[in-house]
Design a protein around this ligand. Sequence first.
Ligand code: BDR
Ligand code: CA
Length: 313
Amino acid sequence: MPRKIIIDTDPGQDDAVAILLALASPAELEVLSVVTVAGNVPLAHTSVNGRKIVELAGRPDIPVYAGCERPMRRHLITAEHVHGKTGLDGPELPEPTIPLQAQHGVDYLVDTIRASEPGEITLCTLGPLTNVAMALIKAPEIAPKIREIVMMGGAYFEVGNITPAAEFNTYVDAEAADVVLRSGVPVTMAPLDVTHRALCNDIRLERIRALGNKAGNAVAAMLGFSERFDLKKYGWDGAPLHDPCVIAWLLWPEIFVHRKINVTMEISSPLTYGMTVADWWHVTDRPHNVTFLRDLDSDLFYERLTARLATLP
Ligand code: BDR
Ligand code: CA
């Protein structure tokens, strides 16, 4: 039986690749829906992009819901400098033909999880955690029903990518991340520590381009665009592919190195707001609330990702 997932996302080129990977894996994953949130770009763009991506995968049947247009307490911070004005700059994708669902994304999460069996639904979050935190606040009784939250966010050994101390998704809405980490729901975190091991170098990008299908061409164009900024910033020979690590964990946990630890959000210091304080060495007795992904076999990751993308239109 495929595992049922809901993808909460702010696409984003790397979000797009994660969604495509999930939709290319029907034997393992049943994607119930995509819920959008404000993050990389404002909600209006992420909601168009979410629909473009499910259509690119040949899956117009996947419902797309729009969630929150700003973080719980703060003003929205966006990342057009990485992702371009639309958030999905790079490929020429047709305007979506499917409508957005009428229901608000947070209400959809609450209703769907409420109606599910305990342990039935896994939430995959690829952006700020606003929608999930709002759902947990609105309906705390849904927490024990959620099988797991697998999130791209945070960093410890790699520190920050938007401030010296914080990763983008946890920085944009650290209060939301705090709600999630304290919710009691099992969390797996794909922080920069693992995503910085998943570098898309030229050889890997060319293999995706060489697939020659629509999805492969679009992914190559997306990553070609978004990596420019990162290559210059880091000076590495490839840019990190963050969000697909979430889906890869569900598909191939054996390629990851991980440890069960406590992670607590920093939400009060202006200097380190959004930092994920990870007790890697178990120096406190705080509860182990997170499976923290630390490393992965990047050759296997790209080999398997590319093979899955090949199965799409
Ligand atoms: C995260 O921030 C966004 O720019 C990416 O889509 C990813 O989710 C990486 O810090
Ligand atoms: Ca993202």
